[in-house]
Design a protein around this ligand. Structure first.
Ligand code: 6PG
Length: 246
């Protein structure tokens, strides 16, 4: 595994979203066949999602051959405004992607455990195997965000889900931050199965946690690494000083 983390610092949130859209588009171009992107929730990717639905990105994305998954979900109805896939659908997927290429976490399942089990089967069917091959990553790109407590996806500090190595998807009964609803999350080994893991970190409210992570503190977001490239896009408000890579 390439364990280095590359930090790319940009001036502001608008530049950050464009840089993310360019990286996403480049990853899709590099794969001439069926491609897979793992999205994230929270507010960080909103600008990026809006950009993808507008030119020049809208014409640049090969929508017919790209499949869209979600890295974690809040256990609320699919139409609920807190639902991560509902946000992605509203901002770009419903207006751009073929419906059969959108793969939501099935929140209609009775329990988070059942939703996790079903999504794992869907991912394994898409991948064509229940065993991850490091030479054949599942995702071209995995988008990530970081929470104030250092969580990423729905992998919260101290939670058992963080150390899961076998299951691809698990239920998380208690979220560490708002909204305080149960979650479903992809686990570290599955999130790592990508050509690029791309964090978007923007705004002064991210400064404290980002400083701690770059200082080497052991948070879930700090542990998350791709088998390929791990890139942190950060803006000047989140990172006032230029960092060393590491
Ligand atoms: C979620 C997300 C979560 C998010 C971080 C950052 O379901 O909330 O997937 O992991 O990325 O909490 O959230 P913000 O972008 O809102 O700061």
């Amino acid at each position: 595994m390439k364990s280095e983390r590359q930090i790319i610092r940009v001036p502001d949130a608008a530049t950050l979203a464009r840089a993310a859209a360019d990286r996403l588009s480049a990853r899709l171009d590099a794969n001439g066949g069926r491609a897979a992107v793992c999205l994230t929730g929270g507010s960080s990717p909103e600008r990026l999602y809006r950009l993808l639905a507008s030119e020049p990105y809208r014409s640049r994305i090969p929508w017919q051959r790209v499949h869209w998954f979600m890295g974690d979900e809040r256990f609320v109805p699919a139409q609920d405004s807190r639902n991560n896939m509902a946000m992605a659908r509203r901002l770009f997927l419903d207006s751009c992607a073929p419906p059969e290429n959108i793969h939501p976490i099935p929140v209609q399942a009775g329990t988070t455990r059942e939703a996790a089990r079903r999504y794992e089967i869907a991912l394994q069917t898409f991948y064509g195997s229940g065993r991850l091959d490091p030479m054949r990553p599942l995702f071209d790109l995995v988008l990530m965000g970081v929470g104030p407590d250092g969580h990423t996806a729905s992998l919260f500090p101290g939670d058992a889900a963080l150390d899961e190595r076998e299951q691809w998807v698990v239920g998380v009964p208690h979220a560490g931050v708002e909204p305080l609803v149960p979650r479903i999350t992809l686990t570290m080994p599955l999130l790592a199965s990508c050509r690029e893991m791309l964090f978007e970190v923007s705004g002064a409210e991210k400064r404290d946690i980002l400083t701690k992570i770059l200082d080497g503190e052991n948070f879930p977001a700090a542990r998350a690494r791709s088998l390929g490239e791990t890139v942190w896009l950060v803006d000047a408000a989140a990172l006032p000083e230029a960092p060393e890579n590491g």
